[in-house]
Every structure is written in C-alpha cells, then in structure tokens.
Design a protein around this ligand. Structure first.
Ligand code: NAP
Length: 247
C-alpha cells in the first residue's frame, strides 16, 4: 500500500502535534518538523510508529526560517517517506509588546519564523507538486491576522500576510492541481496561550461566544477536512476555528 506524505512544520508541540496525530491516523506518512523540542518530536514519532498499520512518522530538525535547513528537511523527507503531497505550515511564534517597544530585530524574527518560513517551505514543496499536478498546502494563520491584536502588531501583521500568501498561492497554483488554504485559530489551549497573563486570558475568554478555549484537536480536524477529498474544490479560503470569536 502507498501512503501519501505530509510534512507538518512545528509538529513537536501544541496545534502542530495534534495535526500530526490526526493526519497519521488518517493514513499519511508524516514528517514531524521540530526546532528546539527534539525529545517531544522523537517520542511522538516513536509512539505513532508503534501502533502503525503501515505508514511511518519521522522527526526532522530544521529552523524553518533558514533556507538551507528547509532544503535539507525536504530532501530527508523525500528520502525516507517519499514526495510531500500535503504541506502544513504550522510553525509560529508570538510576543506581546507595545507597538513602540518592539525592536527591529523582534520584528524581523517574527516575520522570518511566521511567514518567510512558509515561503521557503512552499518553494521546496512546489517543485514536486507542480510536476505531479497534485498537492495541498494549508497555512496556519490566526484570527488576529484578520481583526488585529492590540500589543501584537508584528504577530498580527505576519498572520495577515499569511492570508495574502494563501490567496495568491490559490490563484497561481489552482490550474496546477494544487489547493492552498488557511486555518485561522482563535484562542487555543497550548504553550503559546499558557504564556499569557491571567488578565489577558480572562479578556480573551470573555469575548468567545462559545465561552471556552479551543483545543489543538479542534484545529487539527479543520486541517484534516481541508486536506481531504471532501474539500477538493475549496481553495484560497480562510477557515476560522475560534468559537465565534472573530465574528
Ligand atoms: P506552540 O505551542 O508555541 O508551538 C509552536 C511550534 O512552533 C513548536 O512546535 C515549535 O517547535 C515550532 N517552532 C517555533 N520556532 C520554530 C522554528 N524556527 N523552526 C521550526 N519550528 C519552530 O504554538 P501553538 O499554539 O501550537 O501554535 C501553532 C500555530 O498556530 C502558530 O502558527 C500560531 O501562531 C498559530 N495560532 C495559535 C493560536 C493559539 O491560541 N494557540 C491562535 C492562533 C494561531 P520546537 O518547540 O521544536 O522549537
């Protein structure tokens, strides 16, 4: 049996980990990209392989904001799992700071990790996807890229840029058999939101119509839908997974 191959960036923890688990369960070979959390990624791959029905998971280290590391990551994935037909650009960092306190270096790091990384990964994946006239790209944006978050101008702007990149990709690649979509999570229970102050958490919770945080699995299910056959004619869209928070 031939299993399709997915690469998930930032798959070691949080939303990325849930996406890895969901896709593996659905029969994908999965390349789990990590940067600093080696143990988490290696243990995740081992746990998945232990109960596999034939598909495989591997952990691959790469700083996805670095072009040569991204190139090697795709070479390794192809060597061990085959050509990537599903790319999930999930990696992201956040920071809460006043507009006027953000340094140039912080702005550059935010854009390098959150959006340049997506360009670098798409560029690598697209060579084979275009050749095969088949591929799906799913970018993890954020509701803050649509509505703007106070004290997160660099984060919000990078997430808005991802939406622009998604729509551009959909227009340019549609005739090549490739769909490009984005998922925009709201307030999801991960290490990223655990780092917020209690005041910020309570303010966010108070503005969610469904009255609770989302889970990484809620986001993973949306990604799995966009990756599946049922979403075959959907491209250039931004699917909100936010309990109604962005309405
Ligand atoms: P998280 O728990 O902080 O996990 C971040 C992931 O990104 C980790 O797996 C981390 O890997 C990886 N990463 C960071 N820098 C990297 C780099 N340079 N190269 C490769 N991987 C890197 O975050 P999360 O909450 O799961 O967020 C996942 C995505 O959802 C992000 O794009 C985030 O902006 C978006 N999002 C989250 C929320 C939320 O409420 N949580 C809301 C909206 C959007 P290592 O640990 O291995 O370094």
């Amino acid at each position: 049996m031939i299993y399709p191959t997915a690469l998930v960036t930032g798959g070691s923890r949080g939303i990325g980990k849930a996406i890895v688990q969901q896709l593996f369960e659905q029969g994908y070979n999965v390349a789990i990209n990590y940067f600093r959390s080696e143990t988490c990624a290696v243990e995740l791959a081992a746990a998945l392989n232990k109960h596999s029905l034939g598909n495989k998971a591997i952990a691959i280290c790469a700083d996805v904001s670095n072009a040569s590391q991204v190139e090697i990551m795709f070479e390794e994935t192809k060597k061990h799992l085959g050509t990537v037909s599903l790319l999930v650009n999930n990696t992201g960092i956040s920071q809460q700071k006043l507009f006027t306190d953000i340094t140039e270096a912080e702005w550059d790091t935010m854009f390098a990790v959150n959006i340049k990384s997506m360009f670098l990964c798409c560029r690598q994946a697209l060579t084979d996807m275009i050749h095969n006239k088949n591929g799906k790209i799913i970018n993890i944006s954020s509701m803050w890229g649509q509505v703007g978050a106070s004290c997160e101008v660099h984060y919000s702007a990078s997430k808005a840029g991802i939406i622009g990149m998604t729509k551009t990709g959909a227009k340019e690649l549609g005739k090549r058999g490739i769909t490009v979509n984005a998922v925009a999570p709201g307030f999801i229970d991960t290490d990223m939101t655990a780092a917020l102050t209690e005041t910020a958490k309570n303010a966010a919770l108070g503005s969610i119509p469904m009255g609770r945080m989302g889970t990484p699995e809620n986001v993973a299910k949306a990604v799995a839908f966009l990756a599946g056959e049922d979403a075959g004619y959907i491209t250039g869209q931004v699917l909100a997974v936010d309990g109604g928070m962005s309405m």
